[in-house]
Design a protein around this ligand. Structure first.
Ligand SMILES: [Zn+2]
Length: 343
């Protein structure tokens, strides 16, 4: 018995050492890059550049999602940069910085919001303006998309065709007082457009919701639901493939929400990778249909450690800070120093 305990401890220590050194790939998730007040989905161009410089200093190379997860061996110290929705500010602020520092990125487009116009606006109400005013100028135009694609640095993949909510049942939540004051999720449920006095029902993200129609008082059938999500996912794939003459195999779910039916549809339509908003990093056990991503910390100190922590399997699994401090923090800090010295 006395011999068994040290053996178990030794095996445990060996396992930690092995797992600690196994690589993982961090996928960074961005939305807006502009000079508005930073919020959960907005980063300033200055901070974005600081993050790119830090990645460079640590010796990271940017790879596409396909290179990271579909090719046999992704290089060590690689990072995937992704942008959701397809905002014009990605072109105005992020693209010049990607070019300057030689970083690749993938932008996931909501194809119903991408038009041929060339007017570029940077504001905050992108989705709302599109629904209320038919103003799509806060999103990328195909001209800008093609220019970015031609640089060889930016790739485009689907984020479904609509990025909207649907009414999901008869429960009345409130009444419309002023359509302009509604949030875009609620606005997007109305077809025809919301009018003063109309009932607002409970809603959910389109892809994961069996829609309820307040006019007929009926839910859509399972068959209609499946057909609709097939259309929403498939249309975005087809449009990008046709416009850019390429194959799209990587999908990002709106709000990161999906279910079994949506996953099945994505597979059937030929997708090989699906991006979620589940926090974490990706290693050899991660499903290609549940790629984890995270929004990088706005604090450069935290960002440095977060990136390195998410580049190793064990550390990326230790989401609880006490466990991380107990098993992995010292290893990551040592690695960070090494990487900074060697670049
Ligand atoms: Zn989105």
């Amino acid at each position: 018995m006395l011999i068994v305990i040290p053996l178990i401890l030794a095996a445990f220590a060996a396992m930690i050492i092995v797992l600690q050194r196994m690589p993982a790939t961090p996928v960074l998730k961005y939305h807006h890059v502009n000079q508005n007040t930073p919020d959960a989905i907005t980063i300033s161009p200055e901070l974005f550049e600081k993050q790119l410089s830090l990645l460079k200093k640590l010796g990271y190379r940017s790879v596409s999602p396909e290179e990271a997860f579909l090719q046999k061996k992704a290089p060590r110290r690689s990072v995937v940069l992704t942008f959701d929705d397809g905002f014009f500010d990605n072109y105005k602020f992020a693209f010049p910085l990607l070019k300057k520092h030689g970083f690749k990125a993938t932008i996931f487009l909501t194809t119903s919001l991408i038009k041929d116009n060339i007017g570029g606006k940077v504001k905050r109400e992108s989705f709302k303006d599109a629904i209320l005013k038919g103003d799509f100028s806060e999103f990328l135009s195909w001209k800008q998309i093609k220019e970015m694609r031609d640089s060889g640095l930016v790739d485009f993949q689907p984020h479904t065709h609509f990025h909207r909510h649907r009414f999901k049942g008869p429960v009345v939540v409130s009444k419309v007082i002023d359509p302009e004051k509604l949030d875009f999720k609620t606005l997007s449920c109305f077809d025809p457009p919301a009018k003063k006095g109309a009932e607002v029902l409970e809603s959910g993200a389109s892809i994961v919701t069996r829609a309820y129609d307040p006019n007929t008082l009926r839910y859509e059938t399972q068959k209609d639901y499946l057909q609709r999500i097939d259309g929403e996912i498939g249309a975005s794939k087809k449009i990008i493939e046709k416009k850019l003459n390429k194959l799209c195999e990587c999908l990002a779910w709106p709000w990161g929400l999906f279910n079994g039916a949506a996953l099945k549809a994505a597979r059937r339509l030929g997708f090989k990778l699906c991006m979620t908003t589940i926090y974490g990093s990706n290693h050899f056990m991660t499903s290609k249909f549940r790629i984890k991503r995270f929004t990088p910390s706005g604090d450069p100190e935290k960002f440095r450690e977060e990136i390195v922590r998410n580049s190793f399997l064990l550390s990326s699994l230790l989401i609880d800070d006490r466990l991380y401090a107990a098993f992995s923090m010292r290893f990551i800090r040592r690695k960070l120093k090494e990487m900074e010295q060697n670049g």
